[in-house]
Design a protein around this ligand. Structure first.
Ligand code: SAJ
Length: 406
């Protein structure tokens, strides 16, 4: 039986996928409310195909609990935030989940860490924990790092089709975990050592962060001298070895905006490009705010209360607000002490910020200037409603005769 610890964005789909592919699974989370709602048949976030997968898994016998189970296989998928000052990974949730596992697991159990951890975390945090518990790694207990790679918005598909990495101390255990994932993963599963697995995960997200930062920097350069960054990127990308990403209002989510900082925190004198890239991405919401003021000035507008931000999530067509650029922009604006901007997002039904609307038409009726922070399909489908408004499209995806860009 597999006990999946942490039933959030990664743990839940993984547990459901395993259960629906014939494995015996119990999902554990310390959040009682979450466990109760799963037991009642309600999932806590939206994702294409998740509902169906949930039904399949329930039919196949998955159960949920707040208790850690006595078994021989664990998957840990708890959050790994970073410390904003030291920039280092905060592995305390992982450590405490592993400690709780040790209190119930059977001898020889395999503990698979799926949470993203910075290179060296297993050596620095988890191996000493085993020693403290008087356990010999490789005999009494086996540690494995099998980082997840699924992208919010296409999680279920990617869970089955992405290639995976399994980092283990021995070929034996690596092979055992590989066959476990092979139940549902149709991609290639690379078995390597733990340190390498830790590093590959962070490097993958860092690669994307640096490339987005490059696009954002180009946007700033082009804005400075009134050049069309989108046309430039489009043409450059016709070169066979150039593939520039898209500039945007900032980088959100709990991965690309977080993981690269681990390398800056651990290698401050070496990770220079990464440090600069992260600073560039983090500066984008403030850049957009300045752009809003610039356009307001050009249009003779003075009331920020007539400006609305479209989108609160960190990217399109999902309901995840973690590290959202819109929330960062609002935080920056708060320091300017201006009338607060209006906000609307079709995916966010609870009130999370001031001046938040839950109806597109009402939102639009109270603003003269709309800032497209997130490219949800909804706004593209309702683009005709934007006629007569000042539009700042931070993603270059709206087609209107007159649109401002970042
Ligand atoms: N973004 C841009 N410009 C782009 C692409 C993205 O500004 O050209 C922004 C998005 O709007 C968003 C942020 O970057 O705010 C991140 O979005 P994303 O779609 O690039 O990635 P995430 O954070 O949703 O998921 C990433 C993925 N990593 C990589 O593609 C290398 C995913 O595969 C990982 O599993 C996930 O991080 C994770 O959990 O680590």
């Amino acid at each position: 039986m597999i006990n999946v610890i942490g039933l959030g964005y990664i743990g839940l789909p993984t547990a459901l996928m395993m259960a629906s592919h014939g494995l015996e699974v119990i999902g554990t989370d310390y959040n009682e409310q979450l466990v109760t709602s799963l037991k009642e048949g309600h999932i806590t976030f939206k994702e294409d195909g998740l509902e169906n997968l949930f039904h399949d898994a329930v039919k196949a016998g998955i159960t949920f609990s707040t208790e850690y189970q006595a078994t021989d296989t664990y998957i840990i998928a708890v959050p790994t935030p970073y410390d904003k000052f030291s920039k280092k990974v905060d592995a305390s949730y992982v450590a405490s989940a592993v400690q709780s596992v040790l209190e119930v697991c059977i001898r020889g159990a395999v503990i698979i860490i799926e949470s993203t951890i910075s290179p060296g975390t297993v050596d620095k945090v988890l191996r000493p924990l085993m020693e403290e518990n008087k356990l010999v790694v490789g005999q009494d207990i086996h540690l494995v790092h099998a980082p997840e790679r699924i992208i919010p918005g296409n999680m279920i598909y990617e869970l089955q089709h992405n290639n995976r990495t399994v980092g283990a101390d021995s070929v034996d255990i690596g092979g055992k975990v590989k066959s476990l994932y092979s139940h549902f993963c149709q991609g290639q599963i690379m078995v390597t050592d733990i340190r390498t697995a830790e590093m590959t995960k962070v490097v993958e997200n860092t690669f994307r962060a640096v490339n987005i930062a490059f696009a954002n920097e180009l946007a700033k350069i082009c804005r400075h001298d009134n050049m069309d960054v989108y046309e430039i990127i489009k043409i450059c990308n016709l070169h066979p070895r150039v593939n520039i990403l898209q500039p945007g209002p900032g980088v959100g989510g709990h991965c690309i905006s977080v993981d690269p900082w681990f390398l800056v925190g651990d290698y401050p004198s070496l990770a220079k490009v990464i440090d600069e890239s992260m600073t560039t991405n983090d500066g984008m919401p403030a850049f957009v705010l300045n752009r809003i003021y610039e356009i307001m000035k050009e249009k003779g507008m003075t009331d920020t209360g007539k400006v609305g931000l479209y989108g609160l999530t960190y990217k399109e067509n999902i309901d995840d607000m973690r590290e959202s650029p819109t929330l960062q922009l609002l935080e920056t604006q708060r320091h300017h002490l201006a009338t607060e901007l209006k906000v609307y997002d079709p995916f966010i039904h609870k009130d999370v910020v001031k001046n938040q609307y839950h109806d597109l038409d009402k939102f639009l009726s109270e603003i003269d200037f709309i800032v497209i922070m997130v490219k949800h399909n909804e706004i593209k489908e309702n683009v005709f409603k934007l006629e007569g408004k000042v539009v700042l499209d931070c993603h270059n995806f709206i087609e209107l005769p007159e649109v401002y860009h970042i």
